[in-house]
Write a protein that binds this ligand. Structure first.
Ligand SMILES: O=C(O)CCC(=O)C(=O)O
Ligand SMILES: [Fe+2]
Length: 339
């Protein structure tokens, strides 16, 4: 059994009654009028602004300059019920597959070529608890252009000519995350159709240096990344410059990574050339910080083609066992039978 300090509940549970407004930027019991259908605007920001400008790179090439922004987002004002729903998302345990960078992952959404059938009572307004996790969404995914049904959950060889389907079983973004998606779109002016969720149960969980530069996101992807729970460092370092044939790169001393501590409610927007030129990571925390508690990371992205949907479901859901947060720890979870 995990100690209370290690759990998400320690962050989303009863706040310390001694704290008063203004004394702590993360007080969670004070919410303005805000319901699931309210558009959350940036006016309720209570965290301090942290804008980090990315310095020019050593070679001075302006095309290698990239943009990311880190600024507060009013997650602290998300209704508590929605936080609980987000914390209760079924997730795949990525520990077994990413031993060096363990964390829990899950994903929702569909690329631009298709959409979930509108006004389908079976999928609209789904609560996370009734969300089909592995069950097929057959008949519920349609081509974005023609509106014709797109097959899901079957090998590509079974597709009829001219009707390219999915091996994956895409799932609509649950309501609680869709509220956040829409407010992220309003705040950034970007469009998002995918939501990836990472859960770092403690400081021992991490994600290693990588860039989200998959071709299915297009050449200049925008990624809005939200933090809930424990404060963790977000590190960014420049990709090594590509050397031209016969040229040595040994004289370029790597700079230390940029460190952006992300607290609960912060949003980082990465865009422009960021994925092309920079790597990012959440390193493990050691010593006393290892037990700082759980952190949920939610990223919104826009996948342009079917390959994005296949890739995201394969790597973030896969076919392994499914776990769900239950009071104090992740427990194996099975899909409730359909009514
Ligand atoms: O947890 C984070 O802040 C980063 C997650 C991330 O980089 C990813 O999911 O690609
Ligand atoms: Fe990433």
């Amino acid at each position: 059994m995990m100690s209370r300090k290690r759990t998400i509940d320690a962050y989303f549970g009863i706040p310390n009654p001694k704290k008063t407004r203004g004394s702590d930027p993360q007080i969670r019991d004070e919410k303005p009028e805000c319901s699931a259908n309210t558009t959350i605007t940036g006016s309720n920001v209570i965290e301090t602004v942290k804008t980090t400008s990315v310095p020019s790179v050593p070679d001075g090439d302006p095309t290698r300059h990239s943009t990311h922004e880190s600024y507060p987002f009013p997650i602290p004002y998300l209704p508590r019920a929605l936080e609980a729903e987000i914390a209760g998302l079924p997730a795949r345990d990525a520990r077994k597959t990413h031993i060096r960078t363990p964390r829990w992952t899950t994903v929702f959404g569909l690329d631009e070529t298709a959409r979930f059938q509108a006004n389908n009572p079976a999928i609209s307004g789904l609560k996370v608890d009734t969300m089909p996790f592995k069950e097929t969404s057959k008949g519920k995914v349609v081509d974005a252009r023609t509106g014709r049904p797109v097959p899901v959950g079957q090998p590509a060889t079974n597709n009829t000519p001219g009707q390219k389907g999915y091996k994956a079983i895409p799932r609509p973004i649950p309501h609680c995350l869709d509220v956040l998606r829409r407010s992220a779109e309003a705040a950034t002016g970007c469009s998002f159709n995918f939501c990836l969720v990472n859960y770092y149960a403690s400081g021992a969980d991490s994600i290693s240096f990588h860039s989200d530069d998959e071709r299915f996101l297009g050449s200049l992807p925008a990624i809005a990344s939200f933090s809930l729970g424990a404060r963790r460092d977000f590190l960014m370092k420049h990709k090594p410059p590509k050397s031209k044939p016969g040229e040595s790169t040994s004289d370029t001393t790597p700079k230390p990574p940029l460190k952006i501590p992300l607290g609960s409610g912060d949003m980082v927007l990465m865009r422009g050339q960021t994925q092309a030129n920079w790597l990012h990571s959440i390193p493990k925390r050691s010593g006393k910080n290892e037990l700082d508690g759980g952190r949920i990371n939610i990223t919104f992205r826009q996948a342009l083609v079917k390959g994005g949907t296949e890739n995201y479901y394969q790597y973030n859901v896969g076919n392994g066992p499914v776990y769900k947060w239950n009071a104090a720890e992740m427990k194996p979870w099975t899909q409730p039978p359909s009514p």
